[in-house]
Design a protein. Structure first.
Lengths: 510, 176
């Protein structure tokens, strides 16, 4: 039985969300002896709830409440999106922390630099990689080479690329830290049925519970953060599974609900002191939404690939990640392998009729690549709310507005050519490249860290500019998107934030 | 299944299998009730189901997938539409558009003219919207997976760690 705290215990830190950001910051704080109550909107599943059926798992894991505009894919379950992710964990590059300085004032963007450098984050990347068990780091062996990765490797060699690897994945190649070794099951984005892939559900959360400084409340949907006359937060109001409201008093609050819920919660906490939303004196809350340029390329190869056998994403190619303006765009992209189920393949292939059916009949011969690339923030890419339409919690339904920047589309054209050339170099026929495959899985920027408090919602620690005891702990923090998969950086930032909070508490500054 | 549903289903089976290329998989037992057939033709919703049934086959024509899988796809979409007015409206729009795309009503066209009618409306929003309804069901069907050599769930077989996750054998240099 884990610890239970009283609702009126104002000494606890309330963490909202139990995914990569929330689960990590909660565990890190409780390991330091700080009492934490974690409010998670979803249920707590066990490994036996995980089946190899994407549609079923979408129902079990997904955040399926009404949302409008461009779709995003987030999770309402203990573990959050660490249940759905594929485990790819590259570090961001030095230049990506200085987007504005490196790329200059790009038209129609709201670029800024991060408030710190790669160098400053490196020790936390080390800690995050060690925590998550990232292959090829800290003495952890590389991931086994799957068929699809071997295809990427052979193609990369053929095209003269140099930096390809089956490392940088938070899936155990050998048993480690109480978690099993990967059995190449596939379906990584539908939850790992044996727990080989890192998820806070079976790492951070139980570890935090064993400290007796942590309580997880499931089906607890945070609806409002309260504050006092001085503008310090005092507690969090949440709805339980029956819709009854409770207030958990708090010494400090960390919000990690992914971009949509983080924005909505702060907005719903508006008051006389903060008329545009809590901690939103800058007006930047919900703005500067950024995601990655994402697309997928498939081709029918000469022989069987059977990419469904094994991890969904099993390797990366770094050569295109650098900033090389001669290519006609700023920033770069990573090429990764991807294996998808027949439904997704049908959507990617597009078209209809005999040609589509024939393509799909070649399922076992398909090679699959996927790209994630830097996407500059724009003022028009943002979350808005329609107060006339409420959801089951009585909260306004959010709308996401997103359109591609010309830079992202130029990057797409370049990446499409390279991905198709890779598969064609190994005899691939009929390459098909489809934009937006996976779009909405990497969500960032809506409460971004900024040096200037007019440019963003949070400072270098993820502490809101306006409210010292209020923190943001998810991808909403990212000042810009960089190119790589975001989870490792979310975890690194959460570890760093926990250290900062503990330090401030020690000095009685929180 | 109530009698109306049964009737509709029989008609869908007939529509799905109307193309000569796929008639071999037809279960004739499902078509034996001639009176049901006759009454169904007067029914708007059955006519609409008939159009959808032909659409599904034309979207994704796989020779080695049994007709019943197509029938199940249509059934599933129709039962979803029964409680989803937006989806029902999409189907109605498609029906109307396809009926006016050829020289005769869609259901009365021969296979080649039906394909031409589909091609004529392929840029309409409803065409893609219905296609996604179809593909999400059809390509999630285990029988379709079998036809594609996709085995589905693997965890109960211990994954692929000992079953060929790295057995690719045709890359240059053995893929090393």
């Amino acid at each position: 039985m884990s610890k239970q705290f009283e609702l009126n215990d104002a000494s606890v830190v309330v963490v909202i969300g139990s995914g990569a950001g929330g689960g990590t910051v909660a565990n890190e704080l409780s390991q330091k002896g700080i009492d934490v109550v974690c409010l998670e909107a979803g249920k707590r599943l066990g490994l036996s709830d995980i089946v190899n059926d994407p549609a079923v798992m979408m129902q079990k894991l997904g955040w399926n409440d009404t949302r409008k505009g461009t779709p995003i894919y987030t999770c309402k379950t203990v573990g959050g999106t660490t249940m759905r992710w594929s485990g790819i964990t590259p570090r961001f590059q030095a230049h990506e922390f200085k987007a504005l300085s490196t790329y200059g004032q790009m038209p129609d963007t709201t670029l800024i630099d991060w408030p710190f450098t790669l160098e400053e984050l490196e020790p936390y990347y080390d800690k995050a990689e060690h925590k998550m068990g990232v292959t090829g780091t800290h003495g952890i062996p590389p991931s086994a080479e799957t068929n699809n990765y071997k295809l990427l490797k052979a193609a990369a060699k053929e095209l003269g690329y140099k930096e390809y690897t089956s490392t940088r994945t938070a899936i155990n190649p050998v048993a480690r830290d109480g978690r099993a070794a990967c059995r190449q099951i596939g379906f990584c984005h539908s939850g790992c049925a044996i727990g080989a892939k890192w998820s806070t559900l079976y790492t951070e959360v139980p570890k935090a519970e064993s400290t007796h400084h942590f309580e997880l409340r499931t089906e607890a949907m945070a609806v409002k953060v309260n504050h006092d006359d001085h503008g310090a937060v005092t507690g969090v109001v949440y709805a339980d599974s029956d819709g009854n409201l409770h207030e958990q008093k708090a010494r400090a609050v960390c919000i990690a609900g992914n971009v949509m819920e983080t924005t909505r919660l702060l907005r719903n906490s508006a008051s006389n002191l903060f008329p545009d939303g809590l901690a939103n004196s800058s007006g930047q809350l919900g703005r500067n939404y950024t995601r990655h340029l994402m697309f997928s390329t498939l081709a029918i190869m000469l022989g069987e690939v059977n990419f469904h056998r094994g991890t969904r994403q099993s390797g990366l190619l770094f050569d295109e990640q650098y900033h090389v303006p001669e290519r006609g765009f700023n920033g770069g992209y990573l090429i990764e392998t991807v294996a998808t189920d027949p439904v997704t393949v049908a959507a990617i292939v597009g078209g209809w009729g005999e040609s589509a059916a024939e393509y799909l009949a070649n399922y076992t011969k398909l090679g699959g690549l996927w790209v994630t690339g830097e996407d500059p923030p724009q003022a028009s890419n943002r979350i808005t709310f329609d107060d006339t339409e409420k959801d089951q919690y009585g909260l306004a339904v959010p709308t996401l507005h997103y359109s591609y920047h010309a830079n992202s589309l130029a990057m797409f054209e370049h990446g499409k050519k390279q991905c198709e050339a890779l598969l064609e170099s190994m005899g691939g026929q009929k390459p098909v490249t489809t934009l937006d495959v996976g779009g909405g899985c990497h969500n960032m920027g809506v409460a971004r860290m900024s040096v200037n408090k007019n440019d963003g919602v949070t400072n270098r620690w993820g502490q809101t500019h306006d409210v010292p005891n209020l923190f943001v702990t998810d991808g909403s923090l990212f000042s810009t998107s960089a190119a790589g998969n975001p989870t490792l950086t979310i975890v690194a930032l959460a570890i760093r934030q926990a250290e900062h909070i503990a330090e401030r508490m020690k000095h009685r500054e929180l | 299944m109530d009698s109306e549903t049964t009737t509709r289903r029989r008609f869908i089976v007939a529509a799905v299998t109307a193309s000569g290329a796929v008639a071999s998989g037809l279960n004739l037992a499902l078509l034996q009730n001639a009176s049901a057939w006759a009454s169904a033709t007067d029914d708007d919703s059955t006519a609409s189901a008939n159009v959808l049934a032909r659409m599904v086959r034309l979207y994704y024509p796989h020779d080695n997938v049994a007709d019943d899988v197509y029938v199940q796809t249509v059934d599933s979409i129709l039962s979803a539409a029964a409680s989803d007015p937006q989806l029902q409206q999409l189907l109605d729009v498609a029906h109307a558009a396809l009926d006016s795309a050829g020289d005769h009503r869609f259901a009365e066209l021969d296979a080649e003219s039906q394909l031409a009618a589909m091609t004529k409306v392929q840029d309409e929003a409803f065409f893609t919207a219905i296609k996604f309804q179809v593909l999400a069901r059809f390509y999630a069907h285990p029988e379709v997976w079998k036809a594609m050599n996709y085995p589905g769930s693997s965890v109960e077989h211990g994954g692929y760690v000992e079953r060929g996750f790295n057995d690719i054998d045709w890359l240059p240099g053995g893929g090393q």
